[in-house]
Structures are given as structure tokens and as C-alpha cells.
Design a protein around this ligand. Sequence first.
Ligand SMILES: *Cc1c(COP(=O)(O)O)cnc(C)c1O
Length: 385
Amino acid sequence: MGLSEGNQAKTVWDNPAEIVRSLRPENPVLVFAPTILQDRARQFIEGFPGLVTYAVKSNPEEAVINNLVAAGIRGFDVASPFEIDLIGRLAPMAARHYHNPVRSTAEIAHAVAAGIKAWSVDSRSELDKLFAQVPAEDCEISPRFKLPVLGAAYDFGAKFGATPDRAAELLAAVAARGYVPSLTFHPGTQCVDPGAWEQYIRTAREIADKAGVMPRRLNVGGGFPSWRVHGVEPDLPAIFERIGTVTAEVFGENAPQLVCEPGRGLCGDAFAIIARVKALRDDGAVFLNDGVYGGLTELPMIGNLDRIDVLTPQGERRSAPDAGRVVFGPTCDSVDRLPGELALPGDIAEGDYLVINGAGAYSVVTNTRFNGFGELQQLTAMSLG
Ligand SMILES: *Cc1c(COP(=O)(O)O)cnc(C)c1O
């Protein structure tokens, strides 16, 4: 079957199989399904008992931001001058929360000039920098606290977050200087256990009591899971429910307004990566045209994505019983290998395509050109696998 000119010019494809069949792409393709992103955004807006903001770092593509705005997202967690300006341009009316707790004085000056009114902080030294540069009026500062890791794919507290005692000192200092006092935490990415949020919210109440300051808002972070593993479909409603119930229980009538800042939970399931099998070596190892220096950077840190369909170049699904395979990326670096073994259909052949679902977060944005690979084409589709 030849490639049709008409098809190549298509702007919205039906699904990844149609892309494979029509284009036989030689380079990796990231397929975006805007309807999935907008549905997920509405699920958050309707289900989360507070303000939903999007953590821009997880996928800052302009099409993602624009579709989130179209679905009703009105706030963004930004971490750098670049992200501040990106959202200022694409969503000028939206709230921007500058929740990277460590910033240079030049970055603070940029943010003040850009009109940023919400900041997080996890150390006294950084709080003093904010006091020196940021006018207090209508300006919120949220100490960020951490607990030992509870249910996430890896420990975010390893880098950011004050102990609860330190957070209480910071909260009291914020209120004393006339800023709006709030609290924030991040339970760790891909967190599937509602109990993690519960424990953080209970601790937030203890911090408020210790500081003698009731926070105006409580930001419960990102960490909401996407669907990465076949048998473990995330239960977002159960997490939303627990956050609302526990906040009402521990804070009662003076409950702070809730805010969340999902990255992965919003964008992860709206993308699939199509990677081609470059070679099947004598020992059975699979070489793909994408790997850990490309769109699959995260996998060694948080585990394989296993929602994978293997398609022939004609777009037909391979269905022989699965067998474990070692899978490598295209670069000449031995680190460029997916963790463990991946279960793939036994009849997989050179030239086939892997459609790897759930690949929207920390993929396009961490893709590199190492070794001359990483030419990641982006296409749009109505649906994914
Ligand atoms: C990375 C980050 C997020 C998003 O985390 P996910 O696990 O992708 O939801 C939210 N808030 C802050 C402050 C972050 O650094």
C-alpha cells in the first residue's frame, strides 16, 4: 500500500493505527488527543472541591495550554520566568502560582514585574528574599511542607518541603509581615493512595494550630495519577472525595479554600507515543527509535508504561501471547534501556510499531537530541489506543 498525499496532509487523525497505516513514520510520533485532555480537565473541575490549576512543567505545549483554557482551567502552577511569560501570553486572565520554592533574585524581580501574586517557600532564607522584593499587598505566600513519602512513585520531599515545625514558623512569619498566609504540599508524583493526601491535610491543621494562623488556602499539590499500568486504573473521584471530607473534618467552618495543581493527572492520558521497532537482535532484545533520552525519559525513575499495543506496518494489532523482552532506545549509551523486561506479543517483528499510551507527562518536554535522535513529530488524533 502506498502513502496517499491526501492522508499526509490530514490535520486530525482517527487514531494511532491510522497514522501507522498511512504514514509508516520512521521517527517517533507523539499523538495528542485534545478531547481526552478536555474531558479530563472537566472531570477535575467538576470533581475537585476547589480551584484546579495546571502544573505547566509536565507538558508546556501550547496546544495543551489552549485546550485546558478551552475546557475551563483558570489557574497555572509556573516554575520559571519562561513559564510565567508563556501563561501570561496564552492565558492572560488566568492565575499564576509561582510554586517553585527556590528562585534567584533576578527570577523574583521578573515575577514581580509580571504581576505574580502567589508564591510558595520552604526555607527562611528564601522567605527573606521574598520579603525584600515582593510587595505584601494582596500577595499570598504558601509555606510548603513535607512528610516522609507515603504512596507516590517517588519521593518529592527529597528536594522540596519544610518540616512541619519549620513550616509553622514560616506561616507565622508570613502572616506577621502582612502577606496572605496559605499552605501547600506535594504528596509525590503518580500517587494512587488517597490516604497520602489525608495525612498531609491532617498535618496542615497541626501546622496552623502551631503557628496560630489559619491559612486562607490549602494547595494539595499535584501527584494525581494517570493511567500507566493496565490493571491499575486511577480512581480520581476517590481522591477528590477524601480531600474534601478530611478538609471539612479537620478544619470545620474555617476551612481554607482548596487548590490543586495536577500535571500528570491532567495531561498524561491525552497522549500516546508511537515508536518503531528498528531491530530485533539475535538475543531477542528489541531496539526502538525512541528511548530514555527521548520521550521515555521518566521510565527508569518511575517504571514502565505497559498500556502498549504492537501494530504491524499495516496498522493491524499483533496478538500472539506476550513474552518478556529487553527493550533499548536508539542511542549508543547503555543507560538507554527501559526498566526490566516489557511483555510484548511473541510475534513482534522488525518494522512494527509500539503505541505506548499514557505518555503525555514529562515526555515531550524532556525529549533530547542526544546522539542525533529525538526528532519527535507531533500529530493530533480523535482517540488513542
Ligand atoms: C511538578 C509539580 C507539580 C505537578 O506534579 P504531578 O505529579 O505531575 O501532578 C505540581 N506542583 C509542583 C509545585 C510541582 O513541582
